[in-house]
Ligand binder design. Structure first.
Ligand SMILES: N[C@@H](CCC[C@H](N)C(=O)O)C(=O)O
Length: 269
């Protein structure tokens, strides 16, 4: 079976997008996702995205990390799919329904409302998620937030100096996080500007993470570090994040299509 795909990215966080709205795909096993996402032997991507029909929304977006696991949300993929859909659209995900619309700066996404309860992150046991009494080798007192998927945010003097390649996997898999976690290290440059690097659950270091930018901005706003409208600078470029009224988060930034191709399902099944 020949399957067409679209290679897309948001600030360098890249995706293989499969459109199963008109022609259903066979069941996606973790091994198939890993093989397709493999940068040496497969097509290569941080996340595999599958678009399906949805009864209530414009479409459903399923998100698979490079490690094969299916997850709840992906901010950069939301902008990429928003670009494909072209007009104001709603996208159902495991993490909730989000809304996209074209904007002068690319695609604007209504990402929904953040959650802060320890059970909603989720954490293994109760604690204050605004200043968690935990630490890993100098990274201390993080803020936890769920923006459809789980994030922990460390505010540090210089995010570029943090050994995220070794600390990221350690924290991601700590038993405090029953569903593992995305790890953000952020430096507040001023009250409207944040510098951010992200170790993504199931994908490792990426050029950008949209939900990481949302979680970090909300964590900074919630703890009084910034105003309610900030620019978050990731290695791949900037995203604008607003959280005006303690309700829904708006993320605005670019998305791009890189190329289209097709593959033989049997080569990866
Ligand atoms: N790259 C994404 C996030 C993808 C999912 C994440 N790794 C998770 O496991 O929750 C983004 O742009 O938000």
């Amino acid at each position: 079976m020949r399957v067409p795909f679209i290679k897309m990215h948001g600030l360098g966080n890249d995706f293989v997008v499969l459109d199963a709205r008109e022609r259903a795909l066979p069941d996606l096993a973790g091994g198939t996702v890993r093989a397709l996402a493999d940068r040496r032997a497969g097509i290569g991507c941080d996340q595999l995205i599958v678009l399906e029909e949805d009864e209530a929304a414009t479409c459903r977006m399923r998100i698979f990390n490079q490690d094969g696991g299916e997850v709840e949300s992906c901010g950069n993929a939301a902008r990429a799919v928003g670009l494909l859909l072209g007009q104001p659209a709603t996208i159902a995900t495991k993490g909730g329904t989000i809304a996209t619309r074209p904007d002068d700066a690319g695609i604007a996404v209504d990402m929904g409302a953040p959650r802060f309860d320890w059970q909603a992150i989720p954490l293994a046991y109760a604690m204050d998620t605004a200043a968690m009494p935990v630490g890993w080798e100098g990274l201390e007192q993080p803020v936890a937030v769920n923006v459809g998927n789980p994030h922990i945010v460390f505010f540090v003097d210089d995010s570029d100096a943090v050994r995220l390649d070794t600390l990221g996997p350690l924290i991601e898999t700590d038993e405090l996080f029953p569903e593992r976690i995305n790890v953000n290290v952020a430096t507040v440059e001023d009250r409207a500007t944040i510098r951010l690097r992200v170790w993504e659950r199931g994908a490792g270091l990426t050029r950008a993470c949209g939900t990481g930018a949302c979680a970090t901005a909300v964590a900074a706003m919630r703890t009084g570090r910034t105003e309610r409208d900030v620019t978050v600078h990731l290695p791949g470029g900037p995203l604008r994040i607003a959280w005006a009224d303690d309700a829904r988060i708006t993320m605005t930034g670019p998305a791009a299509e890189a190329f289209r191709g097709s593959f033989d399902w049997g080569d990866y099944a």
